[in-house]
Write a protein that binds this ligand. Sequence first.
Ligand code: COA
Ligand code: AMP
Length: 635
Amino acid sequence: MTNPYFQAYERSLKDPEGFWGEVAEDCHWYKKWDKVLDDSRKPYFYRWFPGGMVNTCYNALDFHVENGRGGQDALIYDSPVTDTIKKFTYIELRDLVAKFAGALSSLGVGKGDRVLIYMPMIPEAAIAMLACARLGAIHSVVFGGFAANELATRINDAKPKVIVSASCGIEVKRVIPYKPLLDGAIEMAKSKPDHCIICQRPMETANLIPGRDLDWNDVMAKAKPHDCVPVASTDPLYILYTSGTTGIPKGVVRDNGGHMVALKWTMKAIYNVDAGDVYWAASDIGWVVGHSYIIYGPLLKGCTTILFEGKPVGTPDAGAFWRIISQHKVKTMFTAPTAFRAIKREDPKAEHMKKYDLSNFKYLFLAGERLDPDTLRWAEKSIGVPVIDHWWQTETGWSIAANCVGLHHFPVKQGSPTKPAPGMDVRAVDPNNNIVKPGEIGALVIKLPLPPGTLPTLWNNDEGFISSYLKEFPGYYKTADAGFIDEDGYVYVMTRTDDVINVAGHRLSTGGMEEILSDHPDVAECAVLGVDDQLKGQVPIGFIVLKAGVTRSQDEIIKEVVKMVRDRIGAIASFKTATVVKRLPKTRSGKILRGTIQKIADNKEFKIPATIDDPVILDEMREALEKIGYAGVRK
Ligand code: COA
Ligand code: AMP
């Protein structure tokens, strides 16, 4: 029973202070913590390493320069969409970050101020994040695929002093101008930033508003390097907004100390990489994977990280991943299963792979959505390295369950991200908060306190933190995923228990989309559901009931609602299909039978719910779904 995983796991639960206190010794502290864990505000609020003074940027950059890694590549920017490869050593990256920190400071940004970052995958985005960390300012990165309305919501909540953006992003061959979206968002928002710093890219020059907007190059030319500012371990490092059940996103807060300790430790324990290794997370800095494993984790560990501005297919072909792994000698890669489904679809026999030397490649990690057995088998067979599923969320910032190959490599069971990570006391419970038997499905919860690196609260919203995560299952954090734990302690994550769906590894709220559809003047009632999709895992489809007396063309109305979602959330919502129905199936108490509609759409077996008010509606739903190519028509 004793292998390093079990030892670490058991100690982390029995003696969390001893376990994480030892782990924390691996980081640089200006002042050590007074206590490893402050539980004086239990049962809801826990703080890691109170009394400690740190700087995350110092640990991610300066520490390595001072300890002999200055000449090693810290970051490789690989951008097939601009045909660029640019490498930054730890010294170079530290100097650029210090300068940009100086630029922000000269605009009045200091400890605790918020800086919103709305940028494509360019090195300036990483520099901006790290510069905030250097100053003790709190960054909030907003994914570039979000539309102005989403950006405005985040601006209003975070109230940034400065926004850092770029003139455009590039989607394969399409140039996406960012500045009109940014200007629109600022106009919509109640809270206005003092300044915007815009990185001008050659393919699209943005108009700058005099007095408010500044050119990245100009501010860098004038800036003086700024040193790292010691901050309290418990001070926020960043806010990252994520979808909840409504259109209002939740501002997940990450602290400095616990985050730094946990993330650095995960690099070896989970991903089995050491300082000097090349680690690549093919995600976007707008998502938690980008925060944790493009920027902070690999840099804290002293690895070389890759910032990839491209797609798994089409930039230029389905061999892009293999080219990068080979060219930059990647040891461990992390992406979402959907990326591999895209590659498999274009290159089922993995012909592209044959062109590249992949001898340095050791592990492929996948997360963000359920890893379907087909994709797992295809990846294992074609790449010939272990393919490791792991489960986590924006809120936790790192794995809840994983095959921690740096501790012990367990045999893979299809459909399971293996075992709970150290510090994560995962249980499956019934609605009365009783632990269910092995193999029985329940709500997946984590016993409090959560380990370091996870969310201590929501931004300016302690109440929301309690009501969203801690109230329903007292003593536990609710993951909002359902699943089971088998006899061997393997965790299986089956489905979300709320209105969140996962589209191409991106987390979206169907509730948020419903709010938009309801705003259409002809819509009386609506529902948006996630249905199976062979590439993206799930895609949203909308059902709308029209107001009495509406005689306009249904096709027109559908086009309009599709456009409304694209305009207000962004293309990333992938909301392309909706259908008009006479009524929605409901229980007698008026709840929409979402699960049943979903099963009809996915052509799965279902029982007619005993509580349904009129079963005939289900036949109507099937007909409507068939018309738009679901319910077994297109499988
Ligand atoms: N800025 C602007 N638009 C963006 C964007 C960005 N940063 N990212 C995506 N979009 C757009 C896309 O161009 C697409 O627009 P379209 O509807 O006009 O075609 C839309 O948003 C949907 O994007 P996506 O769901 O990503 O679909 P896709 O067909 O462009 O790509 C994959 C599909 C599978 C190749 C892609 O999702 C992928 O690489 N995913 C895996 C990696 C990943 O991002 N994981 C996230 C968490 S680990
Ligand atoms: P996000 O916050 O965007 O990272 O999304 C988190 C959600 O994605 C989780 O709550 C799960 O529903 C889902 N998810 C992430 N990783 C996995 C996985 N390995 N298996 C199944 N679902 C996953």
